[in-house]
Write a protein that binds this ligand. Sequence first.
Ligand code: NDP
Length: 451
Amino acid sequence: MTFDYDLFVIGGGSGGVRAARLAAQDTGAKVALAEMNRYGGTCVIRGCVPKKLMVFASEFSKFPEEANAYGWDISLGVFNWKKFSTQLHAELDRLEKVYQNLLTKAGVDMFNARATIISPHKVKLSSGVEKTAKHILIATGGRPVRPEIKNADLGIVSDDIFDLPELPKSVLIVGGGYIACEFACIFRGLGVDVTQFYRGEQILRGFDDQARSLIAEQMQIDGVNLRLGENISEMSRIGIGQDKRIKVIGTTGYKGTFDHVLFATGRRPNSDHLGLEAVGVEIGQKNQIAVDDFSQSSVPSIFAVGDVTNRVNLTPVALREANAFVDTIFKAQKHPMDHALIPSAVFTQPELGTVGLSEEKAREKEVINVYSTSFYPMRTSFAGKSNRAMMKLVISKATQKVLGCTIVAPNAAEMIQFAAIAIKMGTTKADFDRTVAVHPTMSEEIVTMPS
Ligand code: NDP
């Protein structure tokens, strides 16, 4: 049987573009890709990239105070949202073109259309065109979800932040995960009055307990009104025109009014309206496409990578899954995606960098030794600030291998990348001990923790 394409990719985000480009460029496969929105996907257009640029914008607000302590005479000026937003969107447009050019140069046919799968080897585009392919790869990502409460549509989600016409004066953020905590810090740094509701006992569930407390403490010092054990009970619109606000009553009886309510209450895989059930692709309970270690779905010709599979929802993971898919299917180098010891970072202020197990999770599995340190970094301490940093190594008592590393510090995201290499190689505490420190740095603390 002959097909129009060797590979038809649905979704032009990180995973889809990587797979399409590599299959076409490295193996000469005939490849097409359909994208119904913007190329670059969540990461580039409404996630990691614009978020990180907002982190940078936000962090500048702390510099004048620090600089003054170092002898400068600088005062904090006014943040101009419109100027930043214009520059931000110009950058996102540039990056989108980079993604499109990558596909063009690789010889991938691009369709700016919604694609639906109508048989195991056939897709139908919203233009009405039908194409056949030997393999179909779904890389449609995920989307933010609002909780099922009355008037939830009055709130915004992370996708909407980058298109706000102006910086809000006040915002209520609901949730205690990555997005909620990152944006609480970003908005606070930009001068917004931030309240955060988290329904549980402590934010950042699943991370190291000590790290969670330290970040919560720092966020509160910086002025985030963090309300633990709180959720929205009622929300309604009050005022009109420029005075439009959202009135919220919390589950503890707390009352407040806000310019915006941001729901950062999780994400859902985009597996709907793709025709998957009709062709027999198995969908899991969280709406994810069920795949095996080779990203293959229950229909042999249909594969899926990235957030739509809800394995580990991080851009670099989607990229690696795409690599593994291309190696397996187009390069005859069959290898499963390795989901072990994936480092990640939460871009709070200070940042949280982590790889492997938290102390709590490791303790559930085996007998461990824990080495940790908490200290005042030199730079902010000189400026009279009480910011603390922490580093922790979780060691298997039986093998002496490092099971996990957690760092809370400025630039922890940069530090954890390097720690992750050593830990992925199976390093032991003794290896850390025999590594000479780089002085004076924060990261030297990781090799100077007494055994
Ligand atoms: P998370 O799953 O991390 O957090 C969702 C939060 O919302 C949790 O605190 C959860 O509480 C809370 N929540 C869920 N439902 C409700 C509800 N009905 N009412 C109130 N609170 C609720 O999701 P995010 O949206 O923050 O991020 C999604 C994913 O995106 C992350 O898991 C991560 O994989 C990825 N991401 C990664 C980033 C990075 O690498 N830096 C940055 C941003 C996103 P509870 O804890 O009680 O369940």
